[in-house]
Design a protein. Structure first.
Length: 280
């Protein structure tokens, strides 16, 4: 993990070179940072020569690593849709709310969010009743959804696939909605596995979904990189022992991603080759 000092410097712009920043992310020993392995220079050169591989699509990554995508606000810009559906759902059951109040729930599962509202507002309705109404609204909207995947995300997936990096989706949305989104945009082909937050004991910010995803991928958590847009998701990834890239999506509400290892405003800012370069 990045030390607190290095993280502060990186986020303030003191560390401007992306390869240096990623060296700190994946090599926490300051004496070794800036090198691939921390070996003496002569050994570094020998190791580099032994591991030299062709560039381009034949480039191969160490299969111990994996890249995990959140979905809402990361693959598609769906957080505004969720805000709208949640407001309409809660209004249907007698609760008036707004987007600002809902920002604290971004990244959490629907049962958890609605369970909190039921408890806080003393609602007579069951969580199951509210989820059924909410999911029907979302699926009807999805059928007529005209938006495209977030700019650059498909190119990122193509680059990772070209490097043989296994990918997964770990989303708090119900599985039927996740699969509906991936199917609608033809993205299912990129992912080795998909995990819904409703399929694990605790949703984000608990680490359960990311630990389960790593298990299904057959990759150790510390070798996983997560792309998240919410504070709850970022905390889940970090608690799981994973590296986290925070995507600053303005449509995801006021999300504090300061504890992410790297923050980006567009996907072409992600230095993918440097990110996984330590094991080449």
């Amino acid at each position: 993990m990045i030390t607190d000092t290095l993280a502060a410097n990186a986020l303030s712009g003191s560390i401007k070179d992306s390869s240096m920043l990623l060296s700190f992310m994946f090599n926490p020993d300051p004496e070794k940072a800036g090198t691939r392995s921390g070996l003496p220079p002569n050994e570094q050169e020998r190791t580099k020569e032994n591991r030299r591989v062709p560039t381009g699509r034949s480039w191969r990554i160490n299969m111990e690593h994996a890249f995990i995508f959140d979905m809402d606000g990361v693959i598609i810009d769906s957080e505004p849709i969720h805000f709208d559906v949640d407001i309409r759902t809660l209004s249907h059951f007698g609760v008036e709310t707004n987007e600002q109040e809902l920002e604290r729930f971004v990244g959490m599962t629907n049962p958890e969010m609605l369970g909190i509202f039921k408890q806080e507002r003393n609602l007579p309705h069951t969580v199951e009743e509210m989820i059924e109404y909410q999911l029907n609204l979302k699926m009807n909207i999805l059928k007529n959804l005209e938006i495209e995947p977030i700019a650059g995300v498909v190119a990122l997936m193509e680059q990772l696939r070209g490097m043989n990096v296994p990918m997964a989706v770990a989303s708090s949305s119900p599985r039927v909605f996740i699969e509906g989104v991936l199917g609608k945009f033809g993205l299912s082909r990129f992912f080795k596995t998909v995990v819904s937050g409703e399929e694990v004991p605790k949703g984000k910010p608990a680490p359960d979904i990311y630990l389960e995803t790593a298990k299904q991928l057959g990759v150790q958590p510390q070798h996983c990189v997560v792309l998240e847009d919410s504070r709850n998701g970022m905390l889940a990834a970090k608690t799981a022992g994973m590296r986290c890239i925070g995507y600053l999506n303005p449509n995801s509400g006021n999300q504090d991603l300061a504890e992410a290892d790297l923050q980006v405003r567009s996907y072409d800012e992600i230095p993918v080759r440097e990110l996984f370069g330590n094991d080449l």
